[in-house]
Ligand binder design. Sequence first.
Ligand code: PLP
Length: 393
Amino acid sequence: MTTALVPNYARADIAFERGEGAYLFDGSGRRYLDFASGVAVTSLGHAHPQLVAALKSAADRPWHVSNLVRIPEQERLAERLGAASFADRAFFCNSGAEAVEAALKAARRYHHLAGAPERYRVVTMQGAFHGRTLATIAAGGNPKHLDGFAPAVDGFDQVAFGNLNELRNAITPRTAAILIEPVQGEGGCRAASVEYLQGLRAAADDYGLLLIFDEVQCGFGRTGKLFAHEWAGVAPDLLAAAKGIAGGFPCGALLATEKAAAALTPGSHGSTFGGNPLAMAVANATLDVLLADGFLAGVERVAAHLRDGLARLQAQYPRLIEDVRGKGLLVGIKLSAAAAVGDFVTAARQAGLLTVPAGDNVVRLLPPLILTVAQADEGIAILERVCRAWPRV
Ligand SMILES: *Cc1c(COP(=O)(O)O)cnc(C)c1O
């Protein structure tokens, strides 16, 4: 494979020509069951009729007008997200990293405006992933992502995911916020416990910190709730979203309480493309589907079914599968040393199932939220074939 592209991706030698619901088709017409969803993005599957209609209709109206004027679809989406979540306000951008950056900037500026500019540091979690900008690689702290990009942006203190004592010990008079993915995606599909998230809220309240949830991957229905933190019954002050927000159209959002949003006064932050009419039309259509009666309950049901199948697979192949983890349809299969995740993902693709590698030797399953029970069974059957064919297990 030689291309004129920058060589930053290790791409698989495959291209898809057509998509339909939970399936993708390559140039030869071969069908793949899509448990990758473009890394948790095409959450309503491919070519969802409501999303296609929304985009086509938006294509006949002005594509872009800038944020110097009102964008009614943007105001409507902000209003609806507010009604469906903890948030009072929304800011729209184009990607997850931008949404996290906006949250980090809001946290710094919140304390700055409160007369405490020395409070700029953010406590983050080991195994985190927050994006690939300079600030978000510093927040994520993954040495592979930081390699060669020194000096790292200052202001991040990392603690073990799930350890409240360590978290409280890391808080100093210079701490501004706590940043966490309620379910880690890239790092290996680890879900924070209810008690841990509640403990983070309590620590933030005790010390006057802002609590920031990065729900770029676990938000927008992925766990069977609109936002993953709803499982714990705790609300953040700021939330970063993107990936599934518009079913594959680039879009990101910062959701905020009134108090936290007030830090971003006129002129303090912005984005040229953020919240443009095309993205807003598709995001509103996506939200129509997610909030329709019974949709999220259906996600929960099919996720439980998938999880049961994976538990059986683990019982059948204990020397290959060490653990099944995650939440909802953000599922991780932790492989033993008998298999490298990259080899397993390749073998699954060759067998007709698309998955995504994650850290900690975990195979990530991110099926579309429209997955049926029959398609979940089809995925399990393919995984079973891959396991059965694995050498020496
Ligand atoms: C993917 C991801 C990001 C970064 O999103 P981009 O759109 O690639 O910038 C940030 N946080 C989490 C949790 C993610 O999964």
